[in-house]
Design a protein around this ligand. Sequence first.
Ligand SMILES: NC(=O)c1ccc[n+]([C@@H]2O[C@H](COP(=O)([O-])OP(=O)(O)OC[C@H]3O[C@@H](n4cnc5c(N)ncnc54)[C@H](OP(=O)(O)O)[C@@H]3O)[C@@H](O)[C@H]2O)c1
Length: 314
Amino acid sequence: MNAPLNAPVTVSILGLGEMGRALAAALLGAGHAVTVWNRTPGRAAQLVESGAVEAPSAGAALDSSELVIVCLFDHDSVHETLDPLVDRLRGRVLLNLTTTSPEQARELGRWADAAGVAALDGGIMAVPSMIGGPGSEILYSGDQNSFERYRHVFDRWGISSYFGADPGLASLYDIALLSGMYVMFAGYMQGAALVATAGVSATAFAERSAAWLSAMSGELVGYGRVIDGGDYTVAGQQSLDFSDLSKMLEAAAEAGVGAEPLAMVQSLIARQRDAGRGAEGFARIFESVRHADSVAGSGGGERQTTVDGSAAAA
Ligand SMILES: NC(=O)c1ccc[n+]([C@@H]2O[C@H](COP(=O)([O-])OP(=O)(O)OC[C@H]3O[C@@H](n4cnc5c(N)ncnc54)[C@H](OP(=O)(O)O)[C@@H]3O)[C@@H](O)[C@H]2O)c1
């Protein structure tokens, strides 16, 4: 007979770094039977005080639980830890929360499949202190039955989002979201370096930037619609010619600060303008990224139209 939904489960967590400890603590708080293991002993004391059992080996940790979670350094460390134990994983559910590339997640999925292990891969959209609190989300892909079976366990960490059977999808979304985050952070650093030349603190500028960037994030959906529609000539868009960042680059040079974040965006704009697409919308820089091996990309068709809707020579 199946255990009732939401019942406590036996769960083992391999890897007690910052993140593994936060994940384990949250599951202990939810009343699950948690076994923990770490390559280097001595990191489990607080969890053991809170009711966890420390396994003497990774194999013993696997033997203790129906659900096995690994949160290690990287893809290689996952294989290094699990390969010798693959027979002991059979019949259990594996959730890999170690950050890996989509292809590495797919490789681990094939490895698990061949061993008869139901597996999920996850991407953690949180830092350890956020686990179990507001704003924490974990992305999942892989075996859907396992996701549904253990979703009540996962929900303890934050919002649980499932993307599909392809094990690489969670990682793909993870990396895509982090791409936006890092470039946004670099943009803030660029601005902070500029205003620092006028004696403005990075903290004061951060507060102003947070409000500005939050307001501007409303533009993303509009860009998404243009990209999906494939027509960068739709009226009402800010054109690439208008978006030219030369003045901003000059200002950075005048101030004597670096300009790499700005220069990166300018190079995406320049590729489209150089290909004769300057009258089209700013969203067209998507084509500079999408087609790494071509100058302008193919989106938008052959016919060019200015942003106010009038036809232009191709
Ligand atoms: N921290 C975050 O904000 C965050 C956010 C999202 C995702 N993640 C991901 O979560 C994973 C863990 O992150 P973390 O912050 O917990 O890292 P961490 O504090 O550096 O811990 C790394 C863990 O991996 C173990 N490890 C390293 N190499 C190993 C090997 N060859 N065999 C077995 N164990 C090995 C370490 O064990 P020892 O103690 O023996 O060295 C430790 O338990 C990473 O993939 C990270 O990208 C972290």
